[in-house]
Design a protein. Structure first.
Length: 438
């Protein structure tokens, strides 16, 4: 998650007093930082000077509500088919339980709430036979006053464009992965990219490199990592390696859970884009997500090769197709891994179905990985549509000259050539100048 977005965890231990009437988020947003610090000191907030401005506002709200016997809780809204909803905690799995907060249908209608909204509000404990905590008062929606989001646009009504602003992935001279991608398969805001990966070619490490590059160069971007049908230890490793918010559904959970987590993450991302934010979702993998949809889709009687139902791939395609650059502001970038050479005919069919849907491909090669060369990046097969928009005329010309030279080499020679030259230079600008001299 973006560092500027506050996170709130609650034990839901509350007393039953009258709700507090004091400062509201609408008031706090208009105050200068000095005034916020004064209020925080008055409420005895611990070390208020250490909070960022937005975090400080929420700390003030939380403190004043807690002092009144209630608690301020923030969660992600999941709306049920019957019209009511629950606020799920930020535990990375959206697991349902008695710590969830019930949101009534009337509140959902009143505030025009949508699936994936991040709702902050006063919460009370269960009464009598009630099972769940209940939302009493909405303080903020997506970290903004409720009035500001009432007239927000619907994601599907926004105008999609080609990506026109590059996401810079180069962040250290010694980390050549991001540098290579910036030149040979650039990623822009709103990109729909596939990482085509055989087993054991380093796709997980590549995802970490992407995450590091994004968080280092683009603090304005909200980064989400979604791991579907993954090993639990891989989830822990990813959580400890990257700064973004990691959501997961491990392989020991049913296919329905994979789908639920994935769709809620997508809805959350859409809500942020509707407010003009730039969001990047790293998905590992679109293949396993498609398998999950295939497992739960009722049989249509039309079965493709590999046992894939003809109707099963519509929803994962809709997930991947949500990536777009928005003319009205904001963008949703989805970079998803697609598994190949697994020995499964189903995986091959899924890859073929998604092959033409992206506008960028990052291809990893088994023969390169076997030589212990990482990243096992097949430069000759990787590329981005409309990369001229992202690279600019001057840099594009230099890259194409370099590509023409590498066409005379095989994939291993091409990668080794670029890798060795990049290690001799501190950044891509110096690398291109070196190539231009030759």
């Amino acid at each position: 998650m973006n560092e500027n977005a506050p996170t709130h965890k609650s034990s839901h231990k509350v007393k039953t007093h009258t709700p507090v009437s004091g400062y509201h988020i609408e008031d706090l947003r208009t105050y200068p930082t000095e005034k916020l610090l004064e209020i925080a000191n008055k409420l005895k907030v611990e070390n208020p000077q250490e909070f960022k401005r937005q975090d400080l506002m929420f700390e003030i709200l939380k403190t004043q509500v807690t002092q009144g016997g209630y608690i301020l809780f923030t969660g992600i809204l999941e709306i049920m088919p019957d019209g009511y909803g629950f606020l799920r905690g930020f535990d990375g799995s959206f697991s349902d339980g008695h710590n969830d907060t019930y949101v009534s249908p009337s509140q959902i209608r009143r505030f025009a709430l949508r699936n994936g909204d991040i709702v902050t509000g006063q919460v009370r404990s269960p009464k009598d036979q009630e099972k769940y905590y209940a939302l009493l008062k909405v303080e903020a929606i997506n970290y903004s006053p409720s009035d500001e989001i009432r007239n927000r646009p619907l994601f599907d009504n926004l105008t999609p464009l080609f990506p026109d602003e590059q996401i810079k992935l180069e962040y250290e001279s010694t980390k050549v992965t991001g540098r290579m991608l910036d030149l040979f398969s650039p990623v822009g805001k709103g990109q729909r990219a596939l990482i085509v990966a055989p087993p054991r070619t380093g796709k997980t490490e590549l995802m970490k490199e992407l995450a590091q590059g994004i968080t280092s160069n683009h603090p304005e971007v909200e980064l989400i990592i979604l791991l579907v049908d993954e090993r639990p230890e891989e989830v822990t490793d990813m959580q400890r390696s990257v700064k973004g918010q990691v959501f997961s559904s491990t392989f020991d959970l049913p296919a329905n859970n994979h789908i639920r987590i994935a769709e809620l993450v997508l809805e959350r991302a859409k809500r942020r884009v509707e407010m003009g934010k730039d969001v990047v979702v790293l998905l590992d993998s679109i293949t396993r997500l498609a398998r999950a949809y295939n497992a739960v889709t009722p049989s249509s009687g039309k079965v493709l090769s590999g046992g894939v139902d003809a109707n099963a791939l519509h929803r994962p395609k809709r997930f991947f197709g949500a990536a777009r650059n928005i003319e009205e502001g904001g963008s949703l970038t989805i970079i998803a891994t697609a598994l190949i050479e697994t020995g499964s005919r189903m995986d091959e069919v899924i890859f073929e179905e998604f092959k033409g849907t992206g506008n960028s491909e990052i291809v990893l090669a088994r023969n390169i990985a076997d030589r212990r060369i990482y990243p096992a990046f097949d430069i000759l097969k990787s590329g981005t549509r409309k990369d001229n928009i992202l690279l600019g005329k001057d840099r594009l010309t230099k890259v194409w000259v370099l590509r023409n030279v590498m066409q005379q080499m095989d994939d291993i020679e091409a990668l080794s050539f670029v890798y060795s030259k990049m290690q001799q230079t501190k950044d891509n600008e110096e690398f291109l100048n070196l190539m231009n001299e030759k």
